[in-house]
Write a protein that binds this ligand. Structure first.
Ligand SMILES: [Zn+2]
Ligand SMILES: [Zn+2]
Length: 481
């Protein structure tokens, strides 16, 4: 990427000046030396010389004011950024526990003299960088890690172990790349501070906790993110992609990630001896029938062109071979893109659970639907504008349109408040490693896998210039709207 290629070289300006000056002392065409100055010119000569000297002394300033391109800057500063990335990688913290991570982020932003506010919606950190008139752009990174025992074998692998809510020891790992997002956004902050002439407006850096719980964005908004800080005209984020190559950026206008809802169903029966089913109502049989019936929602009730998923991820009932239990519990995840399909799924699950119990003469089951993350909707105008700009900078082949996935991402919550949002995908695995997976005929390790790791150097080399380019596109210098 070379965002400099359209810029005029500052070295052209002094050359033009010297050419003009030489004309004023040229030799007469008849080859005989003629004193070239009139008395009036002699009076003006010291002024001309003074102007020339001033212009010469301004030349170094012209060079000094020209910031390095984001690509060159990232290349030069990569060692420090990788050190920061590895620090985050080796010190992961679970959702809602991001205390030390947030402290380090705040410290990094304060070093840049960015206005920092901590403890926004839990451990959220907000940095406000004002740089003259213009619009406001929010850039977001998440901060939390996952309860995963890292198995990458990397020299800087996480060895962190903590106790979970139930007292069990669990490993902690940045298996979703949020460490990469943090290092990337700190890199962007460092660059924007060093290159203030390249943009004008305000950037709000949001480091969000508890993304993996789908809770952090909502908590920050509830804590006044859009009231206590400049309200953004646009919000942009990057998320790493485990199956696209470094150097590549993915985009998708419209619905990009799913509505995520969790459902807890408790089927109630009448317990008894396993040898006397006639005196019981068996909740395990009702649950088994319900699991199969639930599969017909997507296959028979939802329009085939509308994406939807119903998964029963957990089913628990009974304690022993010969006891019919009182109840059986199911846990489901529902995924959809549109609000209409989301409602349709919820209604159908309720109806089928009630019907399954009724058909066995069992008491009414309890059905609890906890609304999780809303779908991530990438504002089409903003997304296409950024994608078009990035295609020009990175090259058409490096900016590719993706397809929706049914995973969840609470960055969508910023969009639900009316702020146009765009999340771009950052290719994070080197082509060589992707080719190795392909040669072995296995898919690359997915996000959340204990074996997943990004090629951080290469990913940052694209990620930082990409976000910087989004800022300079949306907050161009000299723009005071
Ligand atoms: Zn994740
Ligand atoms: Zn993630």
């Amino acid at each position: 990427m070379n965002p400099n290629r359209d810029c005029k070289s500052p070295s052209l300006q002094p050359l033009r000046f010297f050419r003009v000056f030489r004309l004023s002392v040229r030799v007469h065409p008849d080859q005989q030396f003629v004193f070239p100055f009139t008395p009036e010119m002699i009076v003006r000569l010291p002024i001309t010389v003074l102007a020339a000297l001033l212009a010469c002394s301004a030349v170094p300033l012209l060079f000094a004011a020209k910031p390095a391109s984001p690509g060159e800057w990232t290349k030069t500063n990569l060692p420090q950024l990788i050190e920061l990335y590895r620090h985050f990688h080796q010190n992961p913290e679970l959702p809602l526990k991001e205390e030390k991570t947030a402290a380090r982020i705040a410290q990094e932003l304060e070093l840049l003299e960015i206005k920092v506010t901590t403890r926004v919606g839990g451990y959220g950190v907000v940095g406000v960088l004002e740089n003259g008139p213009g619009k406001v752009v929010l850039l977001r990174s998440d901060m939390d890690a996952l309860p995963v025992v890292e198995q990458t074998g990397l020299p800087y692998a996480s060895k962190v172990r903590v106790e979970d809510a139930r007292g069990a020891t669990v490993g902690v790992m940045h298996a979703c790349g949020h460490d990469l997002h943090m290092a990337n956004l700190i890199g962007v902050a460092r660059y924007l501070v060093s290159a203030r002439v390249a943009w004008s407006g305000t950037v709000v850096f949001v480091f969000q906790p508890a993304e993996e719980l789908g809770a952090g964005a909502a908590a920050m908004i509830a804590d006044g993110l859009f009231g206590r800080f400049p309200r953004p005209h646009y919000a942009v984020a990057l998320h790493d992609s485990a199956d696209s190559p470094t150097g590549q950026i993915g985009y998708l206008a419209g619905f990009a990630m799913a509505n995520v809802d969790s459902v807890d169903i408790t089927i109630k029966g009448r317990g008894g001896h396993g040898a006397s089913p006639e005196s019981t109502i068996d909740p395990v049989v009702i649950a088994a029938r319900l699991v199969l019936d639930l599969q017909t929602i997507v296959s028979r009730e939802i329009k085939p062109i509308h994406p939807a998923v119903v998964t029963v991820g957990s089913i628990h009932g009974g304690t022993k071979h010969n006891i019919i239990s009182d109840e059986c519990r199911l846990q489901l995840t529902l995924r959809s893109l549109s609000p209409e399909v989301r409602q349709q799924l919820q209604d159908a699950v309720r109806r089928k659970a009630l019907a399954a119990a009724a058909s066995a003469g069992a008491p009414e089951p309890t059905i609890e639907i906890s609304e999780g993350t809303p779908a991530l909707f990438n504002d089409p105008h903003l997304t296409n504008r950024l994608a078009g700009m990035l295609k020009k900078r990175l090259g058409e082949k490096c900016v590719v349109e993706g397809e929706p996935v049914m995973g969840g991402e609470d960055f969508g919550r910023f969009g639900s408040t009316g702020v146009p949002t765009c999340m771009l995908r950052l290719g994070a695995v080197g082509q060589k490693r992707l080719d190795e997976f392909a040669a072995r005929k296995v898919p690359p390790h997915s996000l959340h896998s204990p074996l997943y790791f990004p090629d951080a150097e290469e990913a940052l080399a694209t990620g930082i210039p990409t976000l910087v380019a989004c800022v300079t596109e949306l907050l161009p210098p000299g723009n005071s709207d």
